[in-house]
Design a protein around this ligand. Structure first.
Ligand code: HEC
Length: 256
């Protein structure tokens, strides 16, 4: 006979296990695109040209609604911009620069040390301007969503007409990949939305790939170092294994 205590424990364990599973089962399984990404292989780095084009897409399109609060312009050195380029890029954005001598807020060209310009002064204003939906900050979005880069790519390329019989509420748009299939973000990218300075064809897929590469870098700026560290750790272990083997041979050779 089980004690009431262990019964309670068992019940709790069942509840804990069942909770997340039933919540997940309630969601529809939506297949995601399965793109090949430069940054996904064990040793792969970022396609820097793609990340730079992605910054252009973010700046010209997404930044009208989405902030990236964790980034400073100087961080762009991580996608290959030099100090001069960063200074020039930052200066094209107008950001708050604190208070003047009269205590009034002043704005001016951003410095390399400035945070990325936010399109709205606060979440309430952002929500009000977007049909009641808050455009989430994109600094960490790739890590925050299941499916990561493929999910964000899927949302950007998943617009289309709803299947027959599916009604889409006013102010929302049909999207194959967004949970519930109704999103309040109007389709941000189409073929030709951004004109690339490096002559890359600006198809919808290319622009979506580029901005996802940029967003992945933004959320994982230390990835390249992490992989390099992994390689060093493996080399070190191989070296130590060899050394141990040699020492063992030597020690046991003497013992005979
Ligand atoms: C006109 C404003 C606007 C623009 C431009 C825009 N977005 Fe959005 N975005 C939104 C809003 C509003 C939401 C919230 C949608 C919702 O909750 O229904 C959103 C949501 C998202 C989401 C989150 C989906 C989720 O799982 O919560 C991602 C990712 C996203 N946007 C990426 C982008 C990218 C990348 C760009 C640029 C290519 C972009 N957006 C351009 C308004 C915008």
């Amino acid at each position: 006979m089980r004690s009431p205590r262990s019964l309670l424990g068992g019940l709790l364990a069942v509840l804990c296990l069942a909770g997340p599973i039933s919540a997940r089962a309630a969601e529809e399984h939506i297949p995601l695109p399965n793109e090949h990404w430069s940054f996904e292989s064990a040793l792969g780095g970022f396609d820097l040209a793609s990340a730079q084009r992605g910054f252009q897409v973010y700046s010209q399109v997404c930044a009208n609604c989405h902030s990236m609060k964790f980034l400073h312009y100087r961080d762009l050195s991580g996608i290959g911009l030099n100090a001069e380029q960063i200074k020039a890029v930052a200066a094209t954005f107008t950001v708050p620069l604190g208070l003047n001598d009269e205590g009034q807020p002043v704005e001016g060209p951003a410095l390399p040390s400035s945070r990325f310009r936010s399109p709205f002064p606060n979440d309430k204003a952002a929500t009000a301007a977007n049909n009641g939906a808050l455009p989430p900050d994109l600094s960490l979005i790739v890590n925050a969503r299941e499916g990561g880069p493929n999910y964000v790519f899927g949302v950007l390329t998943g617009y289309g007409n709803p299947p027959a019989g599916v009604a889409v509420a006013e102010g929302t748009y049909y999207n194959r990949v967004f949970p519930g299939h109704q999103i309040k973000m109007p389709q941000p990218l189409q073929d030709g939305t951004v004109t690339y300075t490096d002559g890359t064809p600006n198809t919808l897929n290319q622009q979506a790939r580029d901005v996802v590469t940029f967003l992945y870098w933004a959320a994982n700026p230390e990835m390249v170092e992490r992989k390099a560290m992994g390689v060093k750790a493996v080399l070190f272990l191989v070296f130590m294994t060899g050394l141990t083997y040699v020492v063992k041979k030597k020690v046991w050779a003497d013992a005979h």
